[in-house]
Design a protein around this ligand. Structure first.
Ligand code: ADP
Ligand code: MG
Length: 231
């Protein structure tokens, strides 16, 4: 499956996998995501939402849009079929206004994950060291404070543990002000799985799980983006 998706992207000359494709590839590697289905029409979106179960999240799928919320391309917590239908029409209108030239494939429909502590896990390639994994807290912590830890792939269990403990924001994960502590074991396992996955797929140039929701029991990637190297 991973190879099929990657091959078909390659054949059509694409280097960017959609959110839907990225999550399929990751799921196959044993990484837990809010699996997403691609709906090309309003009716399809409503049908998939009903099959998945409410509440759902809908996101724009376009090879020309990588920051979906910047263009009004993310709708959270849609409670029923009516809300999904209305959100589909509204989203296409908003995105069309914000980025008229973007090619729109449709929307992704996925389950609305319960809130968790947002962390970011990424992979970039260093010309000298090859794939490097990054771990940080989501939102302001990574964007403003650049509070992230890096390790070269393949990582050991000890590396994974250190990456998580190295960030300044670690107390947030350890359970800050009565907040439930995040499942560090699940985050470690996720880092190890990703390390194995990117090592096995040298054709992957870049990978972003932004964000992953960390819970007191488990963790799940709610957004995913994979970039392939040019064929
Ligand atoms: P982008 O990064 O392209 O703007 P995301 O897919 O990351 O879009 O969605 C934006 C935000 O919406 C996320 O940071 C997260 O807080 C929330 N979100 C996205 N998908 C889900 C989901 N399935 N369940 C719950 N919250 C979600
Ligand atoms: Mg995101």
């Amino acid at each position: 499956m991973a190879n099929t998706i990657i091959e078909s992207a390659r054949r059509s000359g694409r280097t960017l996998l959609s959110e839907v494709e990225s999550k399929q590839v990751l799921e196959e590697a044993g990484i837990s995501t809010t699996r997403a289905r691609l709906a090309a029409t309003r009716d399809e979106a409503v049908r998939y939402a009903t099959e998945i179960g409410f509440p759902v999240v809908m996101k724009i799928i376009s090879p020309d849009i990588s920051h979906k919320s910047d263009v009004g391309g993310v709708a959270l917590n849609l409670a029923d079929a009516t809300a999904v239908g209305a959100a589909f029409v509204e989203m296409l209108r908003r995105v069309g206004a914000a980025q008229p030239a973007a090619l729109i494939e449709g929307v992704s429909v996925q389950t609305m994950a319960k809130p968790g502590t947002e962390v970011i896990i990424g992979m970039t390639k260093d010309p000298q060291f090859g794939p490097v994994l990054m771990f940080g807290l989501g939102g302001v912590m990574v964007e403003v404070l650049k509070d992230v830890a890096f390790r070269i792939v393949p990582i050991t269990d000890r590396d994974a543990n250190q990456m998580i403990h190295d960030i300044k924001g670690f107390p947030v994960l350890a359970g800050f002000r009565g907040q439930a502590p995040a499942d560090i074991g699940a985050l470690k396992a996720l880092l190890m799985q990703l390390s194995g996955f990117v090592a096995a797929h040298p054709e992957i140039e870049e990978l972003d799980l932004n964000p992953v929701f960390a819970y007191d029991d488990g963790a799940i990637a709610v957004d995913a983006r994979i970039v392939l190297s040019p064929a």
